[in-house]
Design a protein around this ligand. Structure first.
Ligand SMILES: [Zn+2]
Length: 222
């Protein structure tokens, strides 16, 4: 009914209702603020629309943020169940059962053997994660009240995580202080010899997405 110009229930055909019966239209300030709001909403929508990538959680498709745009994995990179192998218990956190590609496991075992000789114990607390598993992580956080956009600040949307490839490992402690550990220092000096790289490094943009505990097996050792 607000768009019915004939009944004058909106302001200048804008679709916005009159403030109150007989109160007339919003003041010039309200008009400018309204214009700015609309502009900001349009700008935000345009930013999201610029990225064709989206992720689906519980059947709903969400546009991804700038951090993830263009980073959706080609489906050929996703690990298949028959390609996976379990890491030895001695290299996993508590009783976690962690799977990665067989070649990732073999390289990680070799690297951990070498690290141990330097007194460094490499322990993994995450390896392969399927897109479905990633979706469940996000759905649980959203059920607790967080928005999709907020959750994906630090959690990859399903389809966008290197953990889907079976080549990524998170090492203990998988948190910001990892960068201060002897383990991190050892990895920066030696991991390339075993084909592992720090694939979410500190960047120069000032956006802090650095995951120093996340190491990716490229298959190419020095
Ligand atoms: Zn990771």
């Amino acid at each position: 009914m607000y768009t019915n110009l004939g009944s004058r229930t909106d302001c200048a055909g804008s679709g916005r209702p009159l403030l109150a019966p007989g109160a007339g239209c919003p003041t010039i300030h309200g008009g400018i603020l309204g214009f700015i709001s609309v502009f900001l909403i349009l700008a935000a929508t345009t930013l999201a629309a610029d990225c064709p990538d989206s992720a689906t959680v519980k059947g709903v498709s969400y546009p991804v943020t700038e951090r993830w745009c263009g980073k959706k994995l080609d489906t050929t990179l996703l690990a298949k169940p028959e390609q996976l192998a379990q890491l030895p218990d001695t290299l996993t956190y508590e009783d976690y059962r962690i799977y990665v590609l067989k070649e990732t496991r073999d390289a990680f075992v070799r690297m951990a053997d070498s690290a141990r000789q330097s007194g460094v114990h490499l322990i993994a607390d995450s390896g392969f994660r399927s897109p479905r598993f990633q979706e469940r992580i996000i759905a649980r956080r959203m059920a607790e009240g967080e928005s999709f956009e907020r959750v994906i600040r630090f959690v990859a949307p399903p389809g966008f995580s290197e953990h889907h490839t079976g080549r990524a490992l998170d090492l203990v402690p998988s948190e910001a202080r990892f960068v201060h550990t002897a383990t991190y220092k050892w990895l920066t000096e030696n991991a390339a010899d075993f084909g592992f790289v720090e694939s979410i490094p500190e960047d120069s943009t000032g956006k802090s997405y650095w995951e120093s505990w996340h190491w990716y097996y490229t298959g190419d050792s020095d």
